[in-house]
Ligand binder design. Sequence first.
Ligand code: DAT
Ligand code: MG
Length: 138
Amino acid sequence: MNTEKTLILVKPDGVRRGLIGEVISRIEAKGYNIDAIRMLKADRTLLEQHYAEHIGKGFYEALVEFMMSGPIVAIVASGNRVIEGFRSLSGVTDPTLAAPGTIRGDLARDQGTKVVQNIVHGSDSPESAAREIHIFFP
Ligand code: DAT
Ligand code: MG
């Protein structure tokens, strides 16, 4: 047993569209545990930490503005290989290319905006997960 944890976010587009329950259902249906949930409105300082790797990219400011545009839901989920597993449930970044059956593939599409809006975030490595969980659940 080497139970892993990941940080999942339901982004403002997901909350606005009433998809909190849908995302949680998919996490639970896959068999992962929900360890913590928190609804919040993220501020710039928090998002600068969370998206530090993207600072300086062309879409960064639009990303921060989008993530501040409404409440988000932060979730810690756990289970063996949950980091990889939730990325697989999410589908790839671009919702047009995300496979049907995935959260992004089923529930999101290209909105023509400067930043891609794709319903969820999931940590991409154990290091990112530890860092991101600490940001949202200090
Ligand atoms: P992911 O969320 O799949 O891990 P990421 O970490 O590379 O993707 O980027 C964070 C978010 O920023 C992503 O969910 C949507 C947006 N984004 C990424 N690349 C983008 C791009 N080239 N143009 C516009 N938005 C982008
Ligand atoms: Mg990422």
